[in-house]
Each structure stands twice: as structure tokens, then as C-alpha cells.
Design a protein around this ligand. Sequence first.
Ligand code: ADP
Length: 447
Amino acid sequence: MTAEPLLRMRLRVEQDIFVVRQLGREVARAVGLESQDQTRMATALSEVARVMVAGGRDTDVTFAIEENGVTSLRVSMGYPEPGRAGRLGQQVQHVGRLVDTMEVDDDGTGTIVRMSRRLPFGAPRLTPDRMDEIRAELAQHVPGTPLDELAVQNQQLIAALDEVRAQRDDLARLNAELEETNRGVMALYNQLSEELEETNRGVVALYAELDEKSAQLRAASEAKSRFLANVSHELRAPVTAIIGLGRLLTDSGSDELTSEQDRQVGLIRTSASDLLTLVNDLLDLAKAEAGRIEPNWTEVDLKAMFGQLRGTLRPLATRPEVEFAVEEPGLPTFRSDEVLLAQILRNLLTNAIKFTESGSVRLSVRTVGGDAEFVVADTGIGIPPELQERVFEEFYQVPGSKPVSGKGTGLGLPYARRLAGILGGALRVDSAPGAGSTFTLCLPITS
Ligand code: ADP
């Protein structure tokens, strides 16, 4: 901390109070304090001077510039009579509000009041030359009369009052603006709330409509399943009768038919048995869709089931160019519904045999994670990628895919996928036209 003195003076009589006030203002202005701070400093000095001079003692006043990280104007006022700090401190206490720091001290040789006010950041730098200049200016200072000082004080008072009024007007304007903004914000908030409410009402209505639509869809789907089940059930008896009657007609015990009649009855019998297959498939699918199939969970002996499939399907795989292989299951037993599982695998294997001209048709099972994967792989005609999901739709058959043997209804895969779902699993296909298809039935292993 350094303190560079600017000016010293001595106060003796009341007249000097005006002088120190004027000088205080001059010094404050010269070192760069703003107008209001000049007035504050001058007022603080005259107040302290008034109290000290009233005590009837000569008072030494020193103005200095202090560097302490920041630059401040510091004024010390003291007289060589110790032991007065307490009372003096009380008398000048109110002055502290006009300056940044003020202390009243008793250093053993005298009583001293120190005050300081920080210079603003933008104030011109106080170089040694500038300090000399200020000292010279102050030396030239001619003290005015008390009347002059009174006039200056009045002007300052008027200016301060003006400023207060301007600040009050500013405050009123700011308040009005704030109120306006608040009103705007409230209006915006209300508008947003209304919009939100409107949107919510829309969403609620949409959901209600969706609920209604899905209820309608459910009802339509149930009606379809019911219709299919009823119709196919009703059809089964007459179709079976037609087949039986056809058989009777061609029986050796019946009257001899002409060869043409024999051919026509044969046609009737094949058509009727195709119709019966379709009716049976429809009935199965309708049952599965209506949720009327309840799995019968048992511990399935896969080895036995695979053996049975091998035995029943080998007669269908008549082409010598096709190797029909049912691999030994790596998984000996598996908890599932034996009939439904066998039905799915039979469907897949029948399809594979139907659509494979040469190469192989292979059934295997493996465990992947917590699942059993039953894989039916063939090297047949394959299914184009864009149709691989469509083959699971009812009655869908890949256009131009003529089975190598047998016929189809287009209901086998949708039924197999339904059953897979009922067993808690899924059925998917990977296929490439010309290379073959792999159907994978994935079922969770439950203990
Ligand atoms: P379909 O009674 O006609 O076999 P599916 O529902 O079982 O009825 O199969 C639907 C269609 O999917 C078949 O008509 C066929 O076009 C195709 N498809 C099914 N399995 C195979 C396969 N292994 N290889 C090639 N195409 C297949």
C-alpha cells in the first residue's frame, strides 16, 4: 500500500470549514471522482471539519492518493490531542455513509479521522506528472466566500433533487413496462394452456375413437372366426357323405359303371376330398383364432416324435433326388403340447417336400439360449424376400410356385404360426429363390 500526498492544510476557524469543503470538491474532481461522489466527499469533509473545529482545536487535513490494489482518494483529519476518538467517532458516525471507509483512531499522540473513496475504473491514470499538475492547480485555488459556497451547495441540492425525480420517473416507467410484460406473459400462458387443453381434448377423442375402432375390429375378427367355424363345421358332414357315396358307387358290390361314369365319380371323390381338407384346415384355423385351442402341456419325448414324423412323412418324399432326413434330436425331452408341436412340424415338412425337386429336406432341433429351435430346411424353389411375410397370410400362395407333388389350401403356414404363438413361441422363415427355405420354430424351454 502506498499513499502519495496531494495537499495539506490546517483548519482553525469556522471559515475554514467552507474552504475544506471547496478544496475537497476540487481534489475529488481533479482525481476523477464523479459529480455525485465529489459532493459526497465535500459534504463528508465539511461535516467532520464542523465537529472538529467546534472542539476549538486546530485540525490538520491531508489529501492523498492511495494505491492498494485499487486507487482511492484518502483524507486524514487530525489534531494532536489523544483520547477523543470515542466521542468524535459518535459525532461523525453518520458521515460514514458518504464514503467507502471511515475510521476514527487514537494513535497516542493525537486523534485522527481517516476517510477514503475509491476512484471509478474509468478514471484517468494518476501518473507522477498528473499528480504534480493537480498539486499546482490546487495551489492556485482561491477560496470562495461562504455565500459562494452556499450557492454551490444549493445547485448541488437542486441537481440531486432532479436526479431523484428522474430516477423515480425511470422506476415508474420500468414498473409500467414490467406490468405490461407480465400481462403479455399471462396472456401467452393462458393461450398456451388453452391450446394444450384443446390438444388434450383432441388426443382423448382420438383415443376414444381408436378404442371404438379396435373393439369393432375385434368384433369383426370374432365374427369371422365364428362364421368360418360354423360354415366349415356344417360343410364337413355333407362333404364326408359325398365321399362315402362316391366310394359306394365305385364299390365292387354296386352296379357296374361305364368307364366314363367311373371317371366322373372319381372326379367327384377327389374334389370332395380336396374340399374336406380345406374345410378341416379352415376349422382348425378358426379354432386357433377364436382362442379355443388350449395346449395340453406334457413332457414330450422328442426322439419318439421325430421317429413318428420320419415314419409318416417318408412315404410322401418319394423322389429319389431328394434326401429326406430327420436328425436325432440333441434335446431328449421338451415341455410342450405334443399334438400341436407335431402338427406344426408336419406342416413345415409337408411343405418342404412339396416344394423341393432335388437336394434335401431336413428336420433338426437345437438349443439357442433359453430356446429350443426346430429347423426345417430344404433346398427347394425358395420364396422371394418380399413375399416371405405374405406366405403367413390366409390363402396366400406364392404366384407361380407349383408344388412338385400334392396340393395346398394356403392355410398351413398361418395355422402353424398361430399354433407357435399358442405354444408361446414364434415361427420365421429365411429363404432365397432357387436355393431353398429354412423355417425356424422357436419355443422357450420351460422346466
Ligand atoms: P399351402 O397349402 O399352399 O402349402 P401354406 O400356407 O402351407 O399353404 O403355404 C403358403 C405358400 O407358401 C405355399 O403355397 C408356397 O407358395 C409357399 N411355401 C410354403 N412353404 C414353402 C417351401 N418350403 N418352399 C417354397 N415355398 C413354400
